[in-house]
Design a protein around this ligand. Structure first.
Ligand code: HH2
Length: 299
């Protein structure tokens, strides 16, 4: 067992989830061993917290390697911001942004490479370049060809819950029973993915923190995340630096690391196996510590 800074040997034992590894082409993700850290790499000019920093492919690749050194278990490359109010971009523009780093990272990384896109055409192109997992924030809701593209490639698929679209989702979202409604939409999308041939062990689900939810919905989804375990899939959660943290703490985006740490710890405690984060070094420590407590409580 390696003892790199991100992977202390004492933190790596079965957590008793009973879940098989998430199938992601070359590199299955052992979601039962410990919390998996997904490092965010936004190659956009306008992402809400890191827009413009990694537009240059050389910088993007360097940042991906840095996150892996810090303990990231997979890297998620995104070419279109999906922050509230964001305008969609064309397939051509998205490919212009993501293909250069994806081409290099698919050859260089020894961890799964994920691409954050809801467009089947973008997914097909990055899968052809060797990407392992498609992270679809629309949960198959925006492009009817997505499921077949992922199935044909034998890739992994993250299904995220969203209410509305990134452009409109912040306009007064309402739920009677947020956790129940999220669970049922995800259940239906799992069925759809599997009906199109996506392998049942290649699917992870995500409640979509910030995607058409008010502050109180986001807090409740984290606190009651365990109610999504019934779906029988690994759970991914992405609270990193998001505005609900800013609202609770009254802090700007560059000052939300501690708030993110609290959200990550609660998400893991409530059953998340994968956390999507910008601040990899810090969140690896938070995850290892929370994993250790979770294992203690399971004895
Ligand atoms: N959040 C964002 C983007 N992709 N994918 C999943 N599965 N879950 C999430 O919660 C999630 C996601 C938004 O965060 P970020 O990428 O930092 O910002 P932007 O959309 O502005 O690029």
């Amino acid at each position: 067992m390696s003892s790199s800074p991100g992977h202390p040997p004492e933190a790596v034992t079965a957590s008793g989830t009973g879940l098989p590894p998430l199938r992601c082409r070359r590199f299955p993700l052992d979601v039962a061993a410990r919390t998996q850290i997904m490092g965010v790499l936004n190659v956009t000019p306008d992402s809400f917290s890191d827009g413009g920093r990694y537009l240059d492919p050389g910088r993007a690749v360097e940042h991906a390697h840095r996150m892996v050194e810090e303990g990231a278990d997979l890297i998620d490359v995104g070419g279109e911001s999906t922050r509230p109010g964001a305008q969609p971009i064309s397939v051509e523009e998205e490919l212009r942004r993501v293909l250069p780093p994806v081409r290099r990272l698919a050859g260089e990384l020894r961890v799964p490479l994920s691409v954050d896109t809801y467009k089947a055409e973008v997914a097909a192109a990055v899968l052809a370049e060797g990407c392992d997992l498609i992270n679809d924030i629309s949960g198959l809701g925006f492009d009817s060809r997505m499921a077949s593209v992922v199935a044909e490639a034998g890739a992994g698929l993250v299904l995220t819950h969203i209410r509305g679209t990134p452009r409109t989702m912040h306009e007064d979202p309402r739920y009677t029973d947020v956790i129940g409604e999220v669970r049922e939409v995800l259940r239906e999308r799992i069925r759809l993915a599997e009906a199109h041939g996506v392998h049942p062990e290649a699917i992870a689900v995500d409640p979509g923190i910030g995607f058409g939810k008010r502050v109180e919905h986001n807090l409740l989804l984290l606190e009651r995340l365990s109610e999504l375990k019934i779906l029988g899939k690994p759970m991914l959660v992405g609270p990193s630096r998001k505005s609900f943290i800013g609202t609770v703490l009254g802090l700007p985006v560059e000052d939300r690391v501690e708030g993110t740490a609290a959200a990550v710890a609660v998400a893991i405690w409530q059953g998340a196996q994968i956390v999507r984060v910008h601040d990899v070094r810090v969140m690896v420590r938070v995850a290892r510590m929370t994993d250790a407590m979770r294992r203690a409580s399971a004895v």
